[in-house]
Design a protein around this ligand. Structure first.
Ligand code: FAD
Length: 345
């Protein structure tokens, strides 16, 4: 804890919101810079990577590594250099003045000079039966991450936008057959992406169809899925009773959700931090040295919360380190400013 305090308590140099790979990487860098960061773990300690059993594309693990193990190692590494972790979810932030104030869901208020927002983006889930049990066991929200585990399988992709088409095209490199399940009769994807997917010989479409249930177990992975089709078109939210439906069970070895992500940015919505139309934090380029800088001086963002494009563990970790370096430099500059003697008239 820093020595400097004010009337309402301790002021941290750096608070990091989120303990996924971005937050952990920021914590390692900030701790090694002696900034004694406090990491708020939020509703999902360890973040999304804890949902997967196999990570094969993170550098330094030739045999792959479990998501939990990667997160545990990162936490130990950050703690070794003095990072502190605490359960805590930010509900509101006041960022107009320094230090920033964070109000947690348990009522505590934290004050910090620099803030790193690494709160991730949660993939939307369909709500199909057994998805809780099978997520990470053949059910995935990331084809780039898990597609290679499905060589020779038949797989489903749920969604109808650009990301669903991207996932389907990526999966078609490994899977024997990819079926895109879309609840409407037309895709939302751009024409070029839709054409590419439609023209691919290993990709087919099930229109007006919803995923009702996924079958399998954590031992055997996904083995099948129940699909519900509406011959007369999608009737709205879930089939109302009395509406004609066809129910079928298909054998598949994998299911991929591609219905978008929701960035975890509710707590900065009423602050001057700029968000894009989908709610992702916008990085501003006002300081040449700070590529993780938000619209608020001293507030930085890293990982999936500011990156709708890549959303990979290694890119999130890279941005976490950048945010810590940016915060360190910002604090140094702020300190120098404070020390500068005031000019006398
Ligand atoms: C099933 C699955 C498999 C994946 N496999 C791979 C893979 O093999 N390789 C790969 O590179 N990527 C993979 N990914 C993607 C990867 O997990 C993400 O890109 C990465 O986790 C993003 O890290 P992050 O730290 O930005 O966010 P997250 O991991 O989402 O972490 C966000 C953190 O913020 C916290 N938080 C949220 N809101 C608040 C709040 N209000 N207050 C405090 N804390 C808050 C959460 O509790 C969490 O700790 C996979 C994702 C999934 C879902």
């Amino acid at each position: 804890m820093n020595e400097e305090t004010d009337a309402t308590g301790d002021v941290r140099d750096v608070v990091i919101v989120g303990s996924g790979v971005a937050g952990l990487s920021a914590a390692v860098y900030a701790a090694r810079a002696d900034l004694e960061p406090l990491v708020l773990e939020g509703p999902e300690p360890g973040g999304q990577l804890t949902l997967t059993t196999d990570v094969e594309n993170y550098l330094g693990f030739p045999e792959g590594v479990g998501g939990m193990e990667l997160i545990k190692n990162g936490t130990d590494q950050a703690e070794r250099f003095g990072a502190e972790f605490t359960h805590g979810t930010v509900e509101n932030a006041t960022l107009e003045e320094r230090p920033s104030e964070l109000e947690l869901s348990n009522g505590d208020v934290l004050r910090t000079r620099a803030l790193i927002v690494a709160s991730g983006a949660s993939a939307r889930w369909v709500g199909a039966d057994s998805e809780d049990e099978l997520m990470g066991y053949g059910l995935s929200t990331c084809a780039t991450c898990d597609g290679a585990f499905h060589r020779g399988d038949d797989v489903l992709v749920v969604g109808g936008g650009d990301s669903a088409m991207e996932e389907a095209l990526f999966l078609a490199k490994f899977a024997d057959n990819v079926t895109v399940v879309h609840r409407r009769e037309e895709l939302r994807a751009s024409e070029i992406m839709a054409d590419r997917a439609r023209d691919h010989e290993d990709i087919e479409f099930r229109w007006n169809t919803e995923l009702e249930a996924i079958h399998g177990s954590q031992e055997d992975g996904v083995t099948g899925a129940t699909l519900v089709s509406h011959p007369d078109g999608y009737p709205g939210e879930k089939a109302a009773s009395g509406v004609d439906i066809d129910r079928a069970t298909v054998d598949v070895g994998g299911v991929f959700y591609a219905i978008g992500h929701t960035p975890n940015t509710e707590f900065v919505r009423d602050t001057p931090v700029e968000l894009d139309d989908d709610g992702y934090v916008r990085i501003t380029d006002t300081d040449a040295w700070a590529t993780t800088a938000t619209a608020v001086s001293g507030v930085f963002a890293a990982g999936d919360v500011m990156d709708p494009g890549y959303q990979q563990a290694i890119t999130a970790a890279g941005m976490g380190s950048m945010a810590a370096l940016d915060a360190e430099e910002w604090l140094e500059t702020a300190r120098l400013r404070r020390q500068k003697p005031t000019a006398r008239a």
